[in-house]
Structures are given as C-alpha cells and as structure tokens.
Ligand binder design. Structure first.
Ligand code: HEC
Ligand code: HEC
Length: 436
C-alpha cells in the first residue's frame, strides 16, 4: 500500500520527537492492535503514536489512573495531576492560569490531556518529547506538585504498601520514577477522544450540523483561514499542524526584543527541568518556543493546540487570556496583536458578526458527544458574555483603521468544502462517495 504524503509527514514528526528516557523504547516502530476507537480517531495515527513496548495494557492503565489521581505525589498531599486536569471537565481546570501547591499560580493555562497521546511534542512550547518525559516535570515543579527531587518522590511511594504491591504486579520490581511515568503515560494513551457531531457530519450525515455550523466550517477553511494552521482532515484529525507560531497573544504586555536578549543569558543548561521552571515560574514564559530552541524566530511562538473539545476547555491560549471563543474570533479577526515576531499567516480577516457567530457555532461541534451536557452549558455561558468583547476591534478587522492593508486574495474560495469530500480518518463514509 502506498501511503499518502501527509501520512509520511506525520510519521516523520512522530519519529523525530525526542526519546530521552531510559524507559523509552529504542525505536518508535508502530505498535500492535489499537483498542476500539471512536469515529474521528484513526487507527493509523494510533499505531504511529503509541511506541512499541509502551502500549497501554489494562494493568498499566489502572495503576496510571490511580497515580493520576494521587495527591500524595505532591509535597503536601494537596495536588494531583487531576487537580489541574479534571477528567469530568475535559481534563482541564477551567482557570486562566493553573494553581499548584500552596495556591501558587503558574504562568500558563492547563491544556487538555484528551488526545495528548497524538501530540508530536508535549507542552505549549514542546519542551517534552514524550508523555513519559512530560509526566515527571509537574511532580518536581515547585509551583505545581512541589516535590524536591525524584528520590524523595520514590521514597514516599515505596513507603505506601499498596503501591509496592501494585508496581510489583505491573512491572515486576519495586517502584521506580521511570515506571511511574510509564504507568501515567499508559493511562493518558487511553484518553483519545473523537465522536463529535462534526465526525458524524464528515462521515456523511449531513443533518448532523445546522446550516450555521456548516457555514462556520466553510469559513474555517475559507475566508477565516483557520485551516492554514488548524487543518482538520484524514491525516490531521486533531486540527493542529503540530507546529509553533507567534499569533500575538499577550504581545502588548511584552517588550519581546529585550526579554529575548535577557532570555538568551538565562537559558544556560537548556535541559527540560530548567526550561520547565522558566516556562511556568518566570517572566520568560512569554518567550514560548524560544526557550527550547533559542532561535530568534521562535520568540513568542506556541504550539498550535488541538481544537477537539475546545468548547469545554476554556479559557483559551497559553496564558488563558481569552475567556470565550468569541474573544478568540475577535483576536484573529483583527490579525492578532502586532509584534516583531508575528506569524506571517496572521492578517485581518474582515469577518462580519454573523460570520463570527457561525465560526463559534462550528467550534462547538468539535466536542466529543460524551461531553454534550457540559458543551451546551459552556456555549450558553459564553453566549451570555457575547456583548462584553474586550478583544473586539471592528475598525481594524474591516480595514478602516491601521495599516494591515487589503484582505489578501482568498486562497481557498474555489476549493471544494472539505466536508463535501466526505473522507476523514479511517472511517467509511456512510453516504458520501469515496475518494481514490
Ligand atoms: C498545577 C497544575 C498542574 C498539575 C498538578 C499538572 N499539570 Fe499538566 N499541565 C499544566 C499546565 C499549566 C500545562 C501547560 C504547561 C506548559 O505548556 O508550559 C500542563 C501540560 C500538561 C500536558 C501537555 C499537554 C499538551 O497538549 O501539550 C500533559 C500531557 C499534562 N500536563 C499531564 C499532566 C500529568 C500527567 C500530571 C501529573 C503528573 C500533571 N499534568 C500535573 C498544569 C498542571
Ligand atoms: C498562524 C497559525 C494559526 C492560524 C492561522 C490560526 N491559529 Fe488558532 N492557534 C494557533 C496557535 C499557535 C495557538 C496558540 C497560541 C498561544 O497560545 O499563544 C492557537 C490557539 C487557538 C485556540 C485556543 C485553543 C486553546 O485550547 O486554548 C483556538 C480556539 C483557535 N486557535 C482557533 C482558531 C481559529 C478559529 C482560527 C481561524 C480564525 C485560527 N485559530 C487560526 C495557530 C493558528
């Protein structure tokens, strides 16, 4: 079978993502049979994302879930992973900025763990290459779970008899920090999420979306140009290009040039632990991907997040600075906030208010139907705030102010709406004709 070029790209991204742990496998070969997957989650992507030897076996998953909920992994027994990634709330905490031990705030917003198994890199700046690497950092971050070092963590875990028994049963040895990370990552590898109303639509149920939501999807791929970074298709079911962009969030608060100059001095060792502390506990947080690469063009760049379940994972952006999806639309409509490192793909969009409503309506169709109730509540809450719009600047968006010039010629106007193509993931379209 010949793979489409997109699949090869995904494969390359997966293969290139860092493998820095003793517990990580020597290679990232595709692993065995995936568990039953919901519509919208492709078995191909699952196989590419789950490394051989690190499959989520039921025993690891059960232990991983227990550890994910375990407050004793924090210095004062008050904070678990779950504190900031609450499963019932789409694995987020609903706060602009997360709070760890002793009510300390970190500098960033808690992203969802749903579908994190498919991320090419972890964290807003991609500083961790694997879920195993990622899981260790919050336990040791002084503002999150506050444990001083891995030895102290493991001394504590080995002092809890049920964990000694559990680790022995699952890994055949006494608890280690690496095995603890493997178990937590196994639990996270079961947190795939699809089965949104959008998936039913794309599989051929044209009644699954309203006229307004369908128009939002067309705008997403057309006039609003969201698909240039958040494309949703068979090889990109997360609506993320997995790349890093400066879209001018909170840019008005920064003198990026000075901050970057100071930043270069500070990032000395540049290991994951140092970057973790700079990213979450210091003013250098806003430098984003730059802290990892030290490349000037990465200043203020952050990872394009998935848009699946976005209706229930607000507030938005790396710093939680946008409260609603209407605010997000206002941000994009005016072309973001100008700064020397703004991504070239950011420009004013000239979207009218009804078009913004349609785009927001579309974004709410990307939520897994198991969160239907919460999704509806969130939509109602956000709609109630629709008339408070701190980010709105209609004059700039419409080109009546500022120097963002004419709207660029729309590159997508003649492209068929991808929804009409009816192909998505590994699913067989119900009514639409198959592409060859
Ligand atoms: C104090 C709140 C807090 C705690 C506790 C916490 N997290 Fe997080 N988590 C965050 C924040 C904030 C980020 C984003 C940080 C960044 O990108 O710089 C994050 C990022 C992540 C990501 C990356 C997701 C992505 O899309 O890049 C994963 C996975 C994750 N956390 C899992 C965990 C696990 C596992 C634990 C427990 C071992 C944990 N978190 C504990 C707040 C928390
Ligand atoms: C140039 C690339 C790019 C384009 C174009 C783009 N985005 Fe984004 N999007 C990003 C990046 C990068 C982030 C995270 C930025 C940050 O936090 O600083 C983001 C964040 C978001 C978020 C917040 C998600 C969360 O979990 O916090 C939403 C919602 C979103 N984008 C929707 C859209 C929509 C709708 C459009 C079209 C109007 C669009 N984006 C266009 C790159 C892009």
């Amino acid at each position: 079978m010949r793979l489409p070029s997109g699949v090869v790209t995904v494969l390359a991204v997966v293969l290139n993502s860092g493998v820095g742990l003793a517990a990580s496998p020597p290679s990232r070969q595709a692993s065995a049979t995936p568990p039953p997957l919901p519509p919208g989650v492709s078995a191909t992507l699952w196989r590419l994302s789950v490394p051989k030897g690190l499959e989520p076996t039921p025993e690891r998953v059960a232990l991983g879930e227990k550890l994910f909920r375990e407050k004793r992994l924090s210095v004062d027994n008050t904070v678990a992973c779950m504190t900031c990634h609450e499963p019932e709330f789409g694995f987020t905490d609903g706060k602009p900025l997360s709070e760890g031990v002793k009510q300390q705030k970190v500098m960033r917003n808690s992203p969802t763990v749903l579908n994190a198994l498919f991320n090419a890199t972890q964290f807003w700046d991609g500083r961790a290459g694997t879920l195993e690497d990622q899981a260790k950092l919050p336990i040791l971050n002084p503002r999150e779970m506050g444990m001083p070092d891995a030895d102290t963590v493991m001394k504590k875990v080995r002092g809890i008899p049920e964990y000694v028994t559990d680790f022995q049963a699952v890994f055949g040895r006494e608890p280690t920090f690496d095995d603890l990370a493997v178990a937590i990552a196994a639990f996270e590898r079961m947190q795939f999420s699809g089965d949104a109303r959008f998936d039913r639509f794309i599989m051929g149920d044209s009644k699954a979306l309203t006229a307004s939501e369908k128009n939002g999807w067309a705008l997403f791929n057309g006039k609003a140009r969201c698909n240039s970074c958040h494309a949703g298709n068979a090889v990109s079911p997360l609506f993320s290009d997995q790349k890093f962009h400066n879209i001018g969030v909170a840019a008005h608060k920064q003198d990026f040039v000075t901050l970057a100059r100071k930043g270069v001095q500070v990032v000395r060792t540049g290991d994951e632990k140092q970057i973790d502390e700079l990213a979450l506990n210091s003013e250098f947080s806003e430098l984003g991907r730059f802290l990892v690469t030290k490349q000037e063009n990465d200043v203020g760049s952050f990872k394009t997040p998935t848009l699946r379940n976005v209706g229930i994972t607000g507030p938005y952006m790396h710093d939680g600075s946008l409260a609603t999806l209407w605010d997000v639309m206002d941000h994009y409509n005016k072309g973001g906030v100008a700064n020397p490192y703004l991504d070239g793909g950011m420009q004013r969009l000239g979207l009218t208010e009804p078009e913004i409503d349609d785009l927001v309506a579309f974004l709410f169709t990307l939520t897994d139907t198991k969160f239907d109730k919460l999704n509806k509540e969130q939509l109602a809450k956000q709609r109630a705030r629709k008339n408070t719009r701190p980010e709105r600047d209609t004059a700039i968006a419409m080109g009546k102010k500022g120097n963002l010039g004419d709207l660029a010629p729309n590159p997508d106007l003649n492209v068929k709406n991808p929804a009409d193509l009816g192909i998505y993931g590994d699913v067989t379209p119900v009514t639409a004709t198959k592409q060859r």
